[in-house]
Design a protein around this ligand. Structure first.
Ligand code: 16G
Ligand code: MG
Length: 542
């Protein structure tokens, strides 16, 4: 490796002075024009990680649900999962190093991680549809090649598709073929097999309206459509031909504002869903006959999926342990329903997919979803082998159930939560159980809730414990929250510093919307007073 060349190239991607970025819950994210040096350096870092693990590493260029002008990057580890925390630290050091220190930091990381610089490296790259993404992914490629890494540029991909490719490449194709056709084939085969089991698929299960957030999901669903025919026909909205990415549409918009996306034609009781800008999140919704909007979020998706899995496990007589992982944002009604009605154990993890994913790996079958629609199901190696064996050995009804479970294993993207794969699982389950969207929604009623943001001088003065459900600092804040919560019925509230925005997030739920709004406001005021608030605390509902 010629270090002089690294220095020379690095200078072409000079870091804007004073810019400090953090590898947050989902990688680096900021305005696209500030990211050139980050991309180059993440290309370099991916090569080091690949040399160290002797595996293919992924680099995804996307800022997910953020505005079109933003961009971002994240690295994907060998099993298709998120980058290991110690390497997130390396990513911070390398990205924030001044130009003259960049090479020293690079060598320091190599030494600390015992990277053999002579080892081969292979990187796969994907990008979303943002206008800035193509150029930025070229900067990643420059970073990869300057350190002598080999690469394959998949071009436009959803984030979960790149996770899938990395997983396939590092498991010798056992997980699937590392091509876009391989991905479509694997998912659609499993979906079609499942659909065949639905005794009489009514017309309502054959079509679905999808809001694609004007993003990559639209392109990829168009490509996939014919693989799903005649099982499911998709009507795509916000497909990127007219509107702006994530603008007044997409899963984040629908979940945050509890309204339908712009540009969607919805008739009452019609099942609709929204993906986010990189298609790793999904929420469902419908209008009832009175014109009232109903959101079906990640919590209800987890409930539908885990109840279906539990039924199948009962049929095949297996006591594989199943656990559901949520975050503090999960609606209290969903947790109660899962624990008390469905009798499945529920665990709470910190916000951010990697924390849920990690926890879900502890079970034979780990179902994880954030309320915002990120999630998937993980099957342990043992559980998967057992199910595949039973699908061969069992007979009649039991065989059918085991085969369905086998198809479900193949239909989930176990490398990462995937809106396309989740959508197909949900569609299959609804058809198999003959459930309408209203019946699904009626499993339980969400407790009214409210989220607000409070600006403070330094959000890091807030630290939390117990999976973000209790504040440790500043002193007195948790006591204040406890006193406020006592004033309302069925109430709960917590605060946490955001991992993606310079704000403190406040969540409150209670027996009525007025109470939830008022509790959120009061907790916001406590944060403002005790944590150095700036500006004003939003007053929801007024
Ligand atoms: C990121 C996370 C998401 C989390 C959100 C929280 C991934 C892929 N994405 O988008 O899981 O819900 O951050 O944002 O991990 P916040 O910290 O600003 O509330
Ligand atoms: Mg996303």
């Amino acid at each position: 490796m010629d270090l002089a060349v690294v220095t020379k190239y690095s200078a072409l991607y000079s870091k804007p002075s004073g810019l400090i970025l953090q590898y947050g819950t989902a990688g680096f994210r900021t305005k696209a024009e500030h990211l050139d040096h980050v991309m180059f350096r993440m290309g370099v870092l991916a090569v080091l990680r690949s040399k160290q693990t002797k595996s293919t590493i992924g680099v995804m260029v996307t800022a997910s649900h953020n505005p079109e002008e933003d961009n971002g990057v994240k690295l994907i580890d060998p099993l298709g999962d998120m980058l290991a925390p110690s390497w997130e630290e390396h990513a911070n050091c390398l990205t924030n190093a001044d130009e003259q220190d960049m090479l020293r930091v690079l060598m320091d990381i190599s030494q600390r991680e015992a990277v053999n610089l002579q080892q081969d490296a292979f990187i796969v790259i994907g990008r979303d549809t943002r206008p800035s993404s193509e150029k930025l992914s070229q900067s990643v490629i420059d970073g990869v090649t300057v350190l002598g890494g080999q690469f394959h540029d998949y071009g436009l991909l959803t984030t979960p598709q790149l996770h899938y490719m990395v997983c396939c490449r590092n498991t010798n194709g056992q997980y699937g073929k590392a091509t876009i056709e391989g991905y479509y084939q694997k998912l659609s085969d499993a979906f079609m097999e499942l659909s065949k089991q639905a005794s009489c698929i009514g017309h309502e299960y054959k079509s679905l309206k999808v809001d694609c957030a004007n993003g990559i999901g639209a392109l990829k669903l168009r490509e996939m459509e014919h693989y799903l025919s005649p099982g499911l026909s998709l009507q795509l909205f916000n497909d990127g031909t007219k509107g702006k990415l994530n603008y007044l549409c997409g899963a984040d918009f629908v979940k945050s504002y509890q309204k339908p996306p712009m540009g969607m034609e919805m008739k009452s009781n019609e099942r609709c869903c929204s993906l986010d800008g990189d298609a790793d999140r999904i929420v469902y919704y419908y209008y009832d006959v009175e014109g009232c909007f109903h959101l079906i979020d990640g919590d209800k998706i987890a409930t539908l999926i885990s109840s279906f899995l539990k039924e199948l496990l009962l049929e095949i007589g297996q006591s594989l342990n199943i656990g559901v992982v949520q975050t503090a944002y999960a609606n209290g009604s969903s947790t109660r329903y899962l624990e008390e009605v469905m009798k499945v154990p529920v665990y709470c993890a910190k916000t951010g997919v990697k924390h849920l994913h990690h926890k879900a790996q502890e079970f034979d079958i780990g179902v994880y979803f954030e309320a915002n629609g990120h999630g998937t199901v993980l099957f342990s190696k043992g559980a998967e082998a057992k199910i595949r064996q039973l699908a061969k050995e069992l007979e009649d009804k039991e065989k059918k159930a085991a085969k369905m479970l086998e198809n479900i294993i193949d239909l989930f993207n176990q490398a990462a939560g995937d809106a396309i794969s989740d959508m197909l699982v949900i569609e299959a389950i609804l058809a198999l159980k003959g459930l309408t969207v209203q019946q699904w929604d009626a499993l339980y009623t969400d407790l009214p809730n409210r989220q607000i943001k409070v600006k403070v001088a330094d959000r890091q003065v807030i630290s939390t414990t117990d999976a973000e459900r209790r504040a440790v600092t500043p002193p007195g804040l948790q006591e204040a929250i406890n006193d406020l919560v006592k004033k309302y019925k069925l109430s709960r509230a917590f605060v946490r510093p955001s991992g993606t925005e310079d704000v403190v997030r406040v969540y409150a739920e209670a027996d009525s919307q007025e109470s939830a709004d008022s509790l959120a406001h009061e907790v916001g005021l406590a944060v403002f007073q005790l944590a150095g608030g700036i500006g004003e605390v939003p007053r929801p509902g007024f």
